[in-house]
Write a protein that binds this ligand. Sequence first.
Ligand code: ZN
Length: 341
Amino acid sequence: MCENKKNLENPSHFESQLNSNEQETHVDLKWDDYKEKIKGFKFFDPHIHMVSRTTDDYQNMAQAGILAVIEPAFWVGQPRTGLSTFKDYYSSLVGWERFRSSQFGIKHYCTIGLNSREANNERLADEVMEILPLYIYKEGVVGVGEIGFDDQTELEEKYYRLQLELAKEAKLPVQIHTPHRDKKRGTERSMSIALEHGLDPSWVIVDHNNEETVKSVLDQGFYAAFTIYPFTKMGNKRMVSIVEEYGSERIMVNSSADWGISDPLAIPKTAALMLERGISKETIQKVTYENAIEAFSKSGQIKVSDFEIGLSSDPTEKFYGNSVLRGGQIPKQNQNSLYIE
Ligand SMILES: [Zn+2]
């Protein structure tokens, strides 16, 4: 009881721990057996929080075929106390983290916005709104996000609306975070407000969908993104069923990997499972690569030729005098070896 309460008070990625109905018994499939089968696939993760991830993650992602990522600005796990930490965070998304990613051969983009949780601190939220224009026009910023509702408060709505206007003005796509609690209502509300502000639904990516929300999102012309995240959101078996039912148009898969228990390889693993279940390579590539590019390219900031054939990284390169791969180290190749050298 006590343990449960604790989990609910500090949920990972804004969410509470529900949806454990996926724990059916099954024969486990081993990821190692599928790495070869998806060689040659290209992956684009349009929602991942790399600031929370390690260099091992970057290496594994690159090896699994992830060519590019989008890192949405979000809540860092505890409330920020001042404007300067927002500034530093946004700067790291367009600066250091992008550089770090490039060192592992992965092209890094981001979306910039005030997350729904911190929209509830009105004084700080007003200050953040003032600095957002300094960041959203920067190179490699492919949208305003992730914004929307968490608890569905009035303040969340206020700053969501203001940021929709900002996106319109900047001609940027919008990446919407939908709430876990009361998701259906929150998703509908997010979409109707976006339409009310005159946004073209094909410029809006509604994220964290599930079986309950997908039909309405697609029917209204929005992009439907799905987060493969253990425990709190969707498992990839459910994702396979959704693609079987709805096809591939305007659907995209992401990991939302962050500081919670999550998997930065969610996309390649889901692709492997789709392949296993007989979904065509063409369909798989649409939902794991092409559709995300199509949606976020509207920003004018994505050049596929920058990453399609792999990003060449220079291990001696520096970012304001600092290197990631100190002394020009080559990323270690064999993570299964007992030797660390
Ligand atoms: Zn997120």
